[in-house]
Design a protein around this ligand. Structure first.
Ligand code: ADP
Length: 414
């Protein structure tokens, strides 16, 4: 979302950064090495508990590393005064983390005041920042956090993080507590802000869609902050490094869906068919009537036999014996969509005939059918997942148990 020219950001270098909590047998963060360029937005994404937050908080030494180095613009800040460090590193957190007994203006003024700015300069800056994050200074300056919506609090949180114009901004799931519409709007605002400010942003989330939207580069983390892949969103989407990454990005979800769904569960399109007993004239008529360029020739038992194109018929000179392309592959209605996909991909014309129990023709599946089906299924999965997200834990556990029981008895979900 940024170009590096004209950046006001600073590069960040993490070298073997490690955190061992006392009493834990394994480090929470195990030797992270990461180079972040000045002015880029890097998103750390990974499952809960993988060490994203600990990694982030070591950058401004809210958590002291137990090993490794941190460099900002090349300067080793691992041992410098953390209070001074935090003036160059803004920090925004989930639920904004505003002080409830301070006004909006006082909250935003915190770091400038610590840095010893004069009163007038601070007032100007508060005004400027409220404008920047889309809040009318006249209306919001004197309010207390409790008098703001979640989205407004978060805007103030971002303003506070930017107050002393730090080159680096750390954001720890800043939009995690917001409703989806507000979250979307604030993400858009952050993109707009960043286009203007060109800070170096390190952003933590467990939401891959958010990472895709905001990140110039994304570090996908697995347990103990091990980097599974660090690349642009496009590269990660199109070329996930391993199963962990593809599982995380959701391409895994699509493949899983293909494995779990049978051809009979999706809409199979009809295809114009003719049989070997039809005359050439009837076949021509069928072609013309179907509005397509090709028909499927069935044998006497109704099984797919040959694909016939208009041109094949022209060259047939009255005999079907040598005309057309023999059907090389079919899938049964019980095949998985993955099998169907394999057949479609290896077929020259990108379609495969579906057969019933005795090998008889029942329809055709092509790439369009498969893509539509998978999209629909994934969408249904998402809707279901969203519905269950708000389910109390006990009910979710009971439902999962019941589903497993049903699966064990060979029942299929409706
Ligand atoms: P994430 O942000 O990816 O959810 P965290 O960085 O919060 O993960 O935590 C990483 C791991 O460190 C977790 O296993 C967590 O339980 C552990 N952890 C976090 N803070 C502490 C702490 N203060 N003491 C001991 N263990 C901790």
């Amino acid at each position: 979302m940024t170009e590096t020219s004209g950046t006001s950001g600073a590069s960040i270098g993490l070298e073997g950064l490690t955190k061992r909590y006392p009493g834990s047998p394994r480090p929470a963060v195990d030797s992270v090495t990461l180079e972040i360029k000045a002015g880029e937005t890097v998103v750390l994404v990974g499952p809960s508990g993988c060490g994203k937050s600990t990694t982030l908080k070591m950058i401004n030494r809210l958590i002291e590393p137990t090993g490794g180095r941190i460099r900002i613009n090349g300067e080793d800040v691992t041992d410098t005064d953390p209070v001074k460090l935090r003036r160059t590193v803004g920090y925004a957190v989930r639920s904004a983390g505003l002080f409830p007994h301070m006004t909006v203006a006082q909250n935003i003024a915190l770091v400038p005041r610590m840095a010893g700015w004069g009163k007038a300069r601070i007032e100007d800056r508060v005004e400027e920042l409220l404008d920047l994050v889309g809040l009318d200074p006249g209306e919001f300056r004197g309010r207390y956090p409790g008098q703001l919506s979640g989205g407004q609090q978060q805007r103030v949180g971002v303003a506070r993080a930017l107050a002393a114009d730090p080159p680096v901004l750390l954001m720890d799931e800043p939009f995690g507590a917001l409703d989806p519409i507000t979250r979307d709007r604030l993400q858009d605002e952050l993109i707009r802000l960043q286009r203007e400010l060109r800070k170096t942003i390190v952003f933590v989330t467990h939401d891959f869609d958010e990472a895709i939207k905001l990140g110039d580069r994304i570090a996908v983390l697995r347990e103990r902050s091990h980097i599974a892949q660090f690349d642009t969103p496009e590269a990660i989407l199109t070329n996930p490094a391993d199963d962990f990454v593809s599982g995380f990005v959701g391409a895994g979800a699509a493949l899983k869906r293909l494995n779990l769904t049978r051809v009979r569960d999706v809409e199979i399109t009809g295809y114009p068919t003719v049989t070997v007993d039809d005359s050439l004239q009837e076949i021509f008529n069928r072609l013309r009537g179907s509005g397509t360029n090709e028909v499927l020739l069935l044998d006497r038992r109704g099984r797919p036999y040959k694909w016939l194109r208009r041109g094949d018929l022209m060259r047939a000179k009255g005999s079907l014996a040598r005309a057309g392309t023999p059907v090389s592959d079919t899938v049964s209605r019980d095949a998985t969509l993955r099998d169907a996909l394999a057949a479609v991909l290896t077929d020259n014309a990108g379609r495969v005939a579906v057969t019933g129990r005795r090998g008889e023709y029942t329809g055709v599946v092509d790439m369009g059918t498969l893509m539509n089906s998978v999209h629909e299924l994934l969408e249904a999965d998402r809707v279901e997942a969203a519905a269950h997200q708000h389910e109390p834990e006990g009910i979710r556990a009971a439902r999962t148990h019941a589903e497993q029981e049903a699966a064990g008895r060979g029942e299929r979900k409706a």
